[in-house]
Structures are given as C-alpha cells and as structure tokens.
Design a protein around this ligand. Structure first.
Ligand code: AMP
Length: 217
C-alpha cells in the first residue's frame, strides 16, 4: 500500500506511522526524521534545515522534495510506503503526484488524523522522545517513563525536541493551517482521504486506521 499520513503537530503521526508501517510491512518514511538524522550527523542539508525547523517553518520545497524522492527511490519503498509529514503543502503534493505518475503508480489512501487543537498543544508541550528511536514517545504528565529521562523500551535518553517549545508549537500550528490543510481538500478531490478520530488509546487509533484501510482485525 502507498499511504500518506497527515494531521497537525501532536496528532500522533509518528507513533501511528510506526505501528501502521509495521502492521502493513511497508517502510515508514518521515521527512522530519530524515531532517533530524541530517542535523545530528551535521550534514549541509541538516545545517540548512535546522534554522527553519527551530523557527517552526517549513524547510524549502527544493530541499524537501529532492530528499523525499531520494528516499522513495530506495528499494524497500518499491512495494509500498507510509509517508509521515510529506507532503506538507500543495507544491509538494503536486510534486509527489508527478513522481508517482512517472512510475505508473498512485496513492491508495490519505489518512487524516483529527485531534482538537487544545489537546494538540498539551500533547506537544509535555512530549519527550527517545534519542535512539523516535517512535518511542513519552509524556511528562500523561505517559511518564518509569525512570525520568530514560526510555522504558530501549533505555535511550529522552529529550524534548527544540521545536516542541510553546512559541514554536504555535507557529507550527499556524503553518499547518495555512500550508498543510489545503492538501486535504486536494486529496479529497481525488477521493483518497479517510478521516481518523485520533483521540483515545494508541492501539485503538491504530485499529481504526487499519479498519479504514480495509485491513482491520
Ligand atoms: P515533524 O517531525 O514531521 O513534525 O517535522 C518537524 C519539522 O521538520 C517541521 O516543523 C518542518 O520544519 C520540517 N519538515 C518536516 N517535513 C517537512 C516537509 N514535508 N516540508 C517542509 N518541512 C518539513
């Protein structure tokens, strides 16, 4: 399957993407994770991306589209993929369509994770992520690790993303409304959008998504 996951920051895209990709046996491709990997390796792409990310803005399309297409070219994505955080504006959505058309393939579904805005802000402000595996996500209030600062799953260090501080979160939400939301209508015109209420337990949201994809238990 070829799937795009959209939703505001804090909707749980990364967490859901990791479970869905595992269940569907397709690679989880997160442009945010690709940028963060470049930042921690100190690559020129990482240096360029960091200033945009820290300000809560989108990294320019020229950089992002090329990086996403390079990743899609890798052999593990030939049979399907789950895109998390890409596309994030109309230009990227059109570029992705053009890329897929060139290969004679198309998306199967766009999952739109829906969460009320006040919930999003609460979720992000307390979010703590494992340095070793970004799918291991905790919360300073709602989902505390057994030992503060340590991942229960793998022992990795937990940290707060630079762009998870309150001012940046507000900016990211603004950017989501103005730049990313229009792609939902774009994909609705292609009859690809499935809206998933994303409140509740993680595994319930995963089940809802699997059912919506016709792969429910
Ligand atoms: P995420 O991990 O998906 O929340 O992404 C974190 C940050 O990476 C975003 O706030 C953007 O600054 C940048 N980013 C990730 N994906 C994209 C994209 N498709 N286009 C532009 N910027 C992106």
């Amino acid at each position: 399957m070829r799937i795009v996951l959209v939703g505001p920051p804090g909707a749980g895209k990364g967490t859901q993407a990791a479970y869905l990709a595992k269940n569907l046996q397709i690679p989880h491709i997160s442009t945010g994770d690709l940028f963060r990997a470049n930042i921690s390796q100190g690559t020129p792409l990482g240096v360029q991306a960091k200033s945009y990310m820290d300000a809560g803005n989108l990294v320019p399309d020229e950089v992002t589209i090329g990086m996403a297409e390079d990743r899609l070219e890798q052999s593990d994505a030939a049979g399907g993929f789950l895109l998390d955080g890409f596309p994030r504006n109309l230009k990227q959505a059109e570029a992705l369509d053009g890329y897929l058309k060139g290969k004679g393939i198309a998306l199967d579904a766009v999952l739109d994770l829906e969460v009320p805005e006040d919930e999003v802000v609460k979720r992000i402000a307390g979010r703590r992520i494992c340095r070793k595996n970004s799918a291991h996500v905790f919360h300073a209030e709602y989902s505390k690790p057994k030992t503060e600062g340590v991942c229960d799953v793998c022992g990795g260090e937990l940290y707060q993303r630079d762009d998870d501080h309150e001012d940046t979160v507000r900016k990211r939400l603004e950017v989501y409304h103005s730049e990313t939301e229009p792609i939902i209508d774009y994909y609705k015109d292609q009859e690809l959008v499935v809206t998933i209420p994303a409140l509740g337990k993680v595994d319930e949201v995963t089940q809802r998504s699997m059912t919506a994809l016709g792969r429910g238990a």
